[in-house]
Unconditional design. Structure first.
Lengths: 338, 338
DNA sequence: CTGAAAGCGCTTACAG
DNA sequence: CTGAAAGCGCTTACAG
């Protein structure tokens, strides 16, 4: 009689509970819920019936412990209010789920040092991989992850860390195209709007842009602000347009800043885009397509990145560091003369 | 000698490994990493040294299994490209982390049925709570969660599920205010832009808005589209403005639609806002504050919601269903005459 | 303060 | 096909 009772209140049923109710062994229960294990149809049916009755669900934590394999994947994010990050997270979690992976999300916030603590946590949870979308984990922490068989995947971070898998963008090609776009548009006074504290990825955009511009004998004005957001974009445009040498072409290091630039140029300074001023962004966030912006920009290959992340998980963990380079293609809209 | 070797390649060190190297028992290692456990300073030091050498990290999965308590919290999300969702997730994960909780994120995508499968998963991972930001889990699944001691927290879903903790908005008060705003602005022909498939939360906004408007003897035009996004907002505004009875006031069920409405009204139809047309949104997404929109709207109390979620986790799991109602306050900007 | 032992919920050779 | 047993990495009474 006691055996027929559901388990103690508030505690989930265990395989033992199910076994007892079904009149079989623990092993039989386990096999019923293991793909490809050998159980007779009869046993299976009994187990399934009992499991249903007790609302039994395999405890994946215990399974992971037993099988010595952990499925969770940790994702380091921040600035989810930046649509680029939100979009990336959206795609990656979706793909991860299709691949039957569970995502643990760690918000590293604004604190750059937080990435280190976050990585520490991923170790505690025996994540099989950490996907870094934000923050810059220190090299020694990365080493430690790799040593215990966890793979670290850096997306668009372009750091030069060893033992890490990089998924990044071919900024050289993109920036060559960007410069061509400005040149063809006939812009002569070009400004680059960026950020004081540059991530490796932003730095790469900057450097290649400047390099190719100089090859055209154009020296860009450099404007650098605090955060890569809308407000900074507005401030940049204000300062540039009241400056001695107002630009007729502005490359914003990301779309969020470009949106701020556009609003300020159009509404505060009554500039016509693209006639008086060409603006180019980077990321292709949803707002870039809004008719209030209609921003010409480069599209982050979100879907390809997400697919690459999942593929990377399937690679052997002791694989030497790899580097996958994807293309960001120009998206022609209305802020650039063509 | 063998005892001094690090554990087998590619496997994280276990407490046994550390114990062996430090020359103490497993228990001592465990105590060293348990707050408030009694270990002598000497033992502690030996353990710590060995742990450092082996890069030992407590396996939280095993700890959770042993302590019969699971820490992870599952968050059901979708549509992360909607800034409202992104913002909510951002705040909640941040607060959860401060409270030392780990967040598992489940992207339920567009499929409403996905919420059921997602909840099933949260059971497998023995989450202590599921926070539903998207999707509508079926009542029987919720019951099952509650039975095994998992609490289910619905944020802004306003469903009438039993055994669930609700955190929602006082839409009645907000909509009363909304109607007052339109009335004071002198609007007489008012449209409501919403969605065909309404979530309970959208429905509540609609119903109260219509109710209070009728109390003012104003019968709103109802426009309903497919998705609550920018493009739908544009379409709504086009159809309304070419209609027989173009409105001089539009309440958009969310900011994303309002942004679409604004761009179309201003640029395609050359309406001056707020002189010719007043527009009101809901959510206060970052874009609402952008000067290109300057949208008068209601602010979701993101911070309060996040705090409430964390507080709710601390409540006893067998607590009867609770309902916390927060206020969304109007944010006055430029799309509404005052 | 410390260690041996039992137990958390699972899986998986190993015999039968 | 099936069950008893050992083991995954931890915690925690229980003695000492």
């Amino acid at each position: 009689m006691k055996g027929r009772l559901p388990p103690a209140n508030g505690m989930p049923a265990s395989a033992s509970d199910v076994a007892r109710l079904a009149g079989v062994s623990r092993s039989a229960v386990s096999r019923t819920f293991t793909d490809g294990a050998s159980v007779s149809a009869d046993t299976r049916a009994k187990v399934l019936r009992a499991a249903e009755e007790l609302h039994y669900h395999v405890n994946f934590l215990a399974r992971g412990l037993s099988k010595q394999e952990s499925r969770p994947v940790c994702i380091l994010v921040s600035n989810l209010h930046n649509p680029y990050h939100a979009q990336l997270l959206n795609q990656i979690t979706t793909e991860l789920q299709k691949a039957q992976r569970i995502s643990i999300i760690i918000n590293v916030g604004d604190d750059p040092a937080a990435a280190s603590g976050a990585l520490e946590q991923t170790l505690n949870y025996r994540a099989s991989a950490t996907i870094v979308l934000s923050g810059s984990p220190p090299a020694h922490m990365v080493r430690r992850c790799v040593e215990v068989g966890q793979s670290v995947i850096l997306v668009n971070r372009a750091d030069d860390l060893p033992d890490v898998r990089h998924i990044s963008i071919d900024y050289e090609t993109a920036m060559r195209t960007a410069v061509q776009m400005f040149v063809r548009a006939g812009c002569r006074t070009i400004a680059l709007v960026s950020r004081a504290v540059r991530t490796p990825s932003l730095l790469a955009r900057e450097e290649f842009f400047i390099k190719f511009l100089r090859e055209q004998n154009i020296e860009p004005q450099l404007w650098r602000g605090g955060a890569t957001n809308y407000e900074t974009g507005q401030r940049a445009m204000r300062e540039l347009l009241v400056g001695l040498n107002p630009p007729d072409g502005v490359f914003c290091i990301n779309d969020l800043m470009a949106c701020g630039c556009i609003d300020t140029a159009r509404h505060e300074f009554k500039r016509r885009l693209p006639e008086d001023l060409c603006i180019l962004g980077f990321d292709d966030i949803p707002q870039a397509a809004w008719s209030g912006y209609d921003l010409t920009t480069f599209a982050q290959p979100f879907a390809e990145i997400a697919a690459a992340v999942v593929q990377s998980l399937a690679l052997p963990p002791d694989l030497e560091s790899s580097r996958l380079v994807l293309n960001a293609r120009p998206v022609w809209r209305g802020t650039m003369r063509s």
